[in-house]
Design a protein around this ligand. Sequence first.
Ligand code: ATP
Ligand code: MG
Length: 587
Amino acid sequence: MLTWLWQFVKCYKPRLVIAIVALVFTSALTLSLGQGIRLMVDNGFAAESYEGLASALQVTLLIIIGLAVGAYFRFFMVSWIGERVVADIRRQLYARLLTLPPSFFEDNLAGEIQSRVTTDTTLLQTVIGSSFSFALRNTLSFLGGITLMFVSNVKLSLVVLAVVPFIVFPLIIIGRKVKRLSKDSQDKVADVGAWAGESLQHIKVVQAFTRESFVNQQFSNAAEDAFQTALRRIRYRAFLIALVMTMVMGAVTVMLYLGGTDVLAGKLSAGELSAFVFYAIIVAGSLAAVTEVYGEVQRAAGAVERIRELMGTEPTIKNPTTIKQVDFTKAEPLISIDALSFSYPSRPKQKALDAFNLTIQQGERIALVGPSGSGKSTLFDLLLRFRDPQAGTIKIKGTDIRQLGLEALRDFYALVPQQPVLFSTNVLDNIRFGKPDATQKEVEAAAKAAHAHEFVMDLPDGYQSFLGEQGVKLSGGQKQRLAIARAILANPKILLLDEATSALDAQSEHLVQQALDELMKGRTTLIIAHRLATVAHVDRIAVLDHGKLIDVGNHQRLMGTSTLYKRLADLQFKSYEPPESARVSAM
Ligand SMILES: Nc1ncnc2c1ncn2[C@@H]1O[C@H](COP(=O)(O)OP(=O)(O)OP(=O)(O)O)[C@@H](O)[C@H]1O
Ligand SMILES: [Mg+2]
């Protein structure tokens, strides 16, 4: 854990040096307060001298001023390093997350990852920004205190020292246990967060099905579980603290008794005993403090483990070692898909795409149609290299996309996904996501082309209107048109449109269709079409079934050659009649 943290801390060596100097300085001054006390008792009280008392107090006061100055620098520098390092870790962690392929986020809950970026790093911050310094300071006080104890009185020191093993061994054994429990505890808290986030995000479904008490129960269980795990950790720690306290205070009492008899017998001055007691209290106090911090450091070790795990996750889809450029002047087809086969790792036996072939020329508009689950959206994922196929290739102008830079490849495309994605910001920034440096004019032009300008102007704050989380303050058709405006603004070479199945009313379907026409003008387009209105506007239609390409052609031809296409088309044109099989199963 320490070596891992060191790579972050070492960037700030000068500050670290100042912090350590201040730390050593204040520890030394704290210990020298013991001498002030000795002077006060022996030269002041015992000698019954006012001057002795005053000069002893003067020395003490000087020490205290030095202490205050040292403490200022120590606290400032150490906290600075803590905050700085955690900000660095957070940034690095987030940057790493952004490189991971979508499949990673399917297997790991967003809430849990979030908790690593926020909660775990905060835990680290308290440790670097205070606990470490606290521990170091107390370790120094402990060592210094012990030395001074032995210098001033060996017999009494041995009494104090005899207790140490009884404190240290339970500390190590119980500490290990606490570390394991605290990892569990953090995991449980992350579960609670993830569940709360998900259920609140889908509050409409929760309330529509009146499942409030059900999800509430689930949440309570998760929270209770987290509490129970925390409780076990707390029990161990409480026991540890009580044990250490008893041992330490017991030793101090014995020592006071032995020392006191020596003073009464005249073998020891009262001032020497006072200074010794002061050192012993410092030693005991710092040992107790280290125990306290030890638990916290153990918790942080758990956090570090989780952060490291996440930072160490290698993206499965990466840039190639030598990146090729695409030559768009070449005569080859723009996209050629060759014998592409892919199955999702979670379902290795089922081929989402099966020996799929398709060639797309520059400027061509192609519609992909097929039953639900036939692999249309999956094909888009492979084109964008969100996933890599098990067999076959995709080439752009003759170059395998695995030889291109990921960023360059994805820059060729603009994607309008099946579910329009809007961020919780205003209209302007949502459209501008397609081209961050676009001017207001460019954004408005894109919105006009997408037939979105009119409804945007009707919103209370126009382009500055806040859309809520995932655009909850808009209708389905409006969201789609904003997603289209974003793609128009991005002005890509190739357009990937995954048309949403959501039934739009005739009016907004018409508007969305107009927006799409505008978008597709003169641009290579792959559109997953669910509505035949869309299909009428394309050059070729590719029919998919079970991940296979069944047929390619225009509407008229496919009506004659493809029974699957004819069935899909008939279902849309004619009034719905249940098929034979459905009638049978209904009886
Ligand atoms: N992330 C995933 N993990 C595992 N299997 C998946 C995943 N996404 C899709 N599938 C499966 O792969 C197959 C193809 O899915 P795909 O999303 O490509 O269908 P689609 O043709 O886009 O369907 P629709 O018209 O309903 O959008 C389906 O059987 C689906 O269940
Ligand atoms: Mg789909």
